[in-house]
Ligand binder design. Structure first.
Ligand SMILES: [Fe+2]
Ligand SMILES: [Fe+2]
Length: 253
């Protein structure tokens, strides 16, 4: 999307963010909470914060540039690259996306209490956050490490004894099945927000939160699809290959 910048000077923060919720994130990157400056014009906000308007607009434009790899590219990439890509997603969720949404939710003001889900959202989001971080840590610490070990061992099973015991202790098949069948961590929030519907939401701060949550939910779904449909099936094939190699080697010995 190309943004018209000429008329931006006199535009109020409220109108800018109402037209394009991503400007809330762009302002946040420069340390400005949009919800504290609804009536300020962009010109004022930039001069108060010593911020060049072009930088703000440039940041906003850069948010539309995607560095995502498409599924076809990932399907034909080595499995260790798929893992690096998934880890990159994890770090973006944990270091960028979720702290921003957490801050948006915790700064919702009391007047928004007229929405019945207000308290539930404030209560449920930190719990979701905790579960999500656990999920990511478990993947990185155990599952991805195990798959990477398999990857490095393929065709070179000389040092296979350690792997043999690791394979006995981990059931990749069960982990893959569980991952495929488990509900999205976002299921609770999806229900609470009626699938992020903006129909009855007038409050701009909440609208931004709903749109951010919806976007995160979509990104998480793509991420889980890569794990379910690319990573795990390929890791299971790799595990079969390595276990055949170990079996053959043991047989020859
Ligand atoms: Fe993941
Ligand atoms: Fe996952």
């Amino acid at each position: 999307m190309f943004l018209e910048t000429r008329n931006l000077d006199e535009k109020k923060v409220f109108d800018l963010v109402s037209d394009d919720f991503r400007y809330a994130k762009a302002l946040d990157s420069f340390g400005i909470d949009f919800f504290d400056h609804y009536n300020s014009t962009i010109k004022d906000i930039c001069s108060q914060n010593n911020l060049d308007k072009e930088l703000l607009v440039g940041y906003r434009v850069s948010m539309d540039e995607s560095f995502d790899l498409d599924l076809e590219t990932l399907k034909s990439s080595p499995i260790n690259l798929v893992i690096e890509y998934l880890k990159h997603n994890h770090s973006y969720f944990i270091k960028n996306k979720l702290p921003y949404i957490k801050n948006l939710i915790s700064s919702l003001s009391v007047e928004d209490k007229k929405y019945e889900f207000f308290n539930d959202l404030k209560f449920i989001f930190p719990l979701f956050y905790e579960d999500f971080v656990d999920h990511i840590l478990e993947e990185e610490k155990y599952i991805f490490t195990y798959i990477q070990n398999l990857y490095h061992l393929e065709g070179n099973v000389k040092n296979h004894a350690k792997m043999f015991f690791q394979m006995k202790n981990i059931s990749l098949k069960d982990i893959a099945e569980e991952h495929l069948n488990e509900d999205s961590e976002m299921a609770g929030i999806r229900g609470l927000t009626k699938n992020y519907s903006l129909k009855y939401i007038n409050n701009l701060h909440l609208k931004v939160i709903f749109q951010e949550l919806k976007e995160f939910d979509n990104e998480l779904e793509v991420h889980s699809n890569i794990e379910n449909h690319i990573l795990f099936p390929r890791a299971l094939d790799l595990q079969d290959k390595v276990s055949d190699e170990i079996r053959n080697l043991s047989f020859l010995n």
